[in-house]
Write a protein of this length. Structure first.
Length: 237
């Protein structure tokens, strides 16, 4: 009799654990379904904001931002962003394995995040260097690449990227630095905007340092090369 009571007691203790595991699994499944829905939704609908933009807006009391389509962005701006951040943008599936191998060989002295990874981080996740965020970024990026076109990835990138403190998207950046619309950017201006992307709060496209001018010149050359060799066709088509 005592043995039977002991067995019954063990079952009673195990039940709550199973209950919590079931609900944890359901929570994960709901989260996955939600992310998949947002990936499909943002393929067609412009993201209204991001976690980082909301955070900066609260901190600063507002931000400069206006969404514009690729048809209202100078083509040289798109090519400059690709030349600066992800030269293999048109040929990879979300991860640039060649760049990753180069980083590993150099001892991780530079980053290897693609434009696609940055879009996932900016649109669906949060900023930071946690392994959890990186793992989620790694899971979401290939799914987004499978659903979105390269044209859409770059369009979202150019609209959510930070170009200065509280300045998000190329439309706001063009006015902020050059007092003009994004459609009217020159090759030099586009290269300068692309040059500040890795460190927007520490660089000024309107008053570039010698180092920034040198980087912008290199980006302008890269953008021209991308136009000539056909690597822009995936987002300009």
């Amino acid at each position: 009799m005592a043995k039977g009571n002991k067995s019954k007691g063990n079952k009673e203790r195990i039940q709550p654990v199973r209950f919590l595991m079931r609900w944890a699994l359901r929570g994960v499944m709901i989260a996955v379904a939600l992310v998949l829905m947002l990936i499909v939704l943002f393929r067609f609908v412009n993201p209204p904001t991001t976690f980082y933009i909301l955070s900066e807006s609260r901190r600063l009391g507002g931000v400069e931002r206006e969404w514009i389509g690729m048809e209202n962005i100078a083509p040289v701006m798109a090519r400059s962003a690709v030349a600066a951040e992800d030269a293999n943008f048109c040929v990879h599936w979300g991860f640039d394995m060649e760049a990753i191998r180069a980083v590993l060989e150099e001892g991780a002295r530079r980053g290897a995040s693609t434009i696609s990874q940055q879009v996932v981080k900016n649109t669906y996740l949060w900023h930071g260097r946690s392994w959890v965020r990186k793992a989620l970024e790694g899971l979401i990026t290939p799914v987004m690449e499978a659903v979105w076109t390269k044209h859409r990835v770059l369009e979202v990138y150019l609209n959510v990227a930070e170009f200065d403190e509280g300045v998000f998207g190329v439309a706001a950046a063009s006015r902020h630095y050059f007092k003009k619309e994004a459609a009217d950017l020159s090759a030099r201006e586009a290269a300068l905007l692309a040059a500040i992307l890795p460190n927007p709060k520490g660089r000024n496209a309107a008053k570039p340092s010698a180092a920034l001018r040198k980087r912008a010149a290199s980006i302008a050359d890269g953008a021209a090369t991308i136009a000539r060799d056909g690597r822009a066709i995936c987002f300009e088509d």
